[in-house]
Ligand binder design. Structure first.
Ligand code: NAP
Ligand code: F7E
Length: 352
């Protein structure tokens, strides 16, 4: 009998890579999709269209805000493994929508845990926890033992979901684990996260569709890896004998400004920085054109200044290591967006 998995957030970046991984391993994959006024399944359309996979790939309407839909899906899917990837996942936007973010990203996880406890208590449960838990970091690098200091409504909601997962493990002896994942990116990253915003803008500038990209805090540092590598870590966490939480990251960090420099370098442009604060600009060394400006709108009320993972436990116990390094990640994202922008019509500029 092949295994079956239920994935919430399957239309998202990670959900699409995880679905590919599980299908390749022979799983039956059930995904939860939200009703929207337009279809937003671009990241998984290729799986539904594949005649060899179609019979093992099932989509169900559901929402983390709606317990009954989660119960119904679990009754149909009867999964061996549940991956809770659904969330309002944008940190900046969580400041504008704190209640909704708490409802879905925090309480939504408890709705799913409770539905699993009632319908499929033997299923192994993965919670998409985040390096945002560490927030205003008290030590560096951050490991499984680093205390939390969340800095946004998103991070506060993820802290709640983290402890709910631990609580279901302790109270009901469920196999429930947290993957504390540091930032992971890909050509499938949402266009309003900073790496994809930059790679897309580099492609639009290179193709003459726009002049510059407007960014917020260039000094923030993140430990950026490739999403395809990180979904493999999620799967590994559910295959071990005892349920435990793991930090997943590369152990290297870069600033937003350095990411922008690397992305522009992919199209042969070197950035020279000048000015301070909101007047800082990044100029094209070759001709002095301004390629990067600062826009106040992209600063956050509270920032996470720096994140750096210590993934030793995952390396030792899960035999997990990232395969794609920073340079290759940037290359992959810019190359993808160049191809997309060249294919699309001249009007297609992603709105800010
Ligand atoms: P993403 O691309 O933003 O995808 C989020 C997914 O959640 C989408 O499929 C979205 O559906 C779904 N969703 C949102 N609200 C929902 C609701 N109320 N009910 C059901 N589904 C809902 O995020 P991602 O980058 O793949 O991240 C996956 C998970 O890992 C998230 O929980 C995120 O918070 C967490 N995480 C991400 C990172 C990272 O660097 N990527 C790091 C640590 C943790 P729609 O397509 O309908 O919007
Ligand atoms: O911001 C700065 C911003 O939105 C990264 C989510 O997947 O990873 C992600 O959260 C940094 C921040 O990701 C812009 O202030 C500057 O310091 O790409 P981001 P994030 O906030 O790190 C964690 C691990 C998650 O769990 C989340 O779900 O970049 N920044 N200028 C900007 N950020 C954005 N979005 N846009 C800018 O223009």
């Amino acid at each position: 009998m092949s295994k079956s998995a239920l994935v919430t957030g399957i239309t998202g970046q990670d959900g699409s890579y995880l679905a590919e991984l599980l299908l390749a391993k022979g799983y039956d994959v059930h995904g939860v999709v939200r009703r929207a006024s337009t279809f937003n399944r671009q990241r998984i359309d290729h799986l539904r269209d594949d005649p060899d996979l179609r019979s093992r790939f099932h989509l169900h309407y559901g929402d983390l805000a709606d317990s009954e839909s989660l119960t119904s899906v679990l009754q149909i899917a009867r999964p061996d493994e549940v991956y809770n990837l659904a969330a309002q996942s944008h940190v900046g936007i969580s400041f504008s929508m704190p209640t909704y973010t708490g409802e879905v990203t925090g309480l939504g996880s408890v709705r799913l845990l409770e539905a699993v406890r009632q319908i499929s208590p033997e299923a192994r449960f993965y919670q998409a926890s985040s390096s945002e838990l560490f927030g205003k970091v008290v030590e560096s690098p951050q490991s499984e033992t680093t205390p939390f200091h969340p800095r946004s409504p998103y991070a506060v909601a993820k802290v709640y979901a983290f402890w709910a997962t631990v609580n279901y493990r302790e109270a009901y002896e469920m196999f429930a684990v947290n993957g504390i994942l540091f930032n992971h990116e890909s050509p499938r990253r949402g266009e309003n996260f900073v790496t994809r915003k930059i790679s897309r803008a580099v492609a639009e500038i290179e193709c003459g569709r726009r002049d510059f990209v407007a960014l917020g805090n260039l000094e923030a540092r993140r430990d950026w890896g490739f999403a395809g590598d990180y979904v493999d870590a999620m799967w590994r966490m559910l295959q071990v004998d005892a349920a435990q939480d793991y930090v997943i990251g590369t152990g290297q960090s870069c600033s937003v400004g350095e990411f922008a420099e690397a992305a522009f370098r992919e199209v042969g442009r070197e950035i020279d920085w000048e000015g301070k604060g909101e007047n800082r600009v990044g100029r094209d060394r070759a001709n002095g054109d301004i390629l990067v400006r600062i826009d106040r709108r992209y600063f956050r009320p509270a920032e996470v200044d720096m994140l750096l993972a210590d993934p030793t436990k995952a390396r030792q116990e899960l035999d997990w290591q990232p395969k794609v390094d920073f340079a290759e990640l940037v290359r992959m994202m810019v190359a993808h967006d160049l191809a997309v922008v060249r294919r699309e019509g001249p009007e297609s500029v992603i709105p800010e």
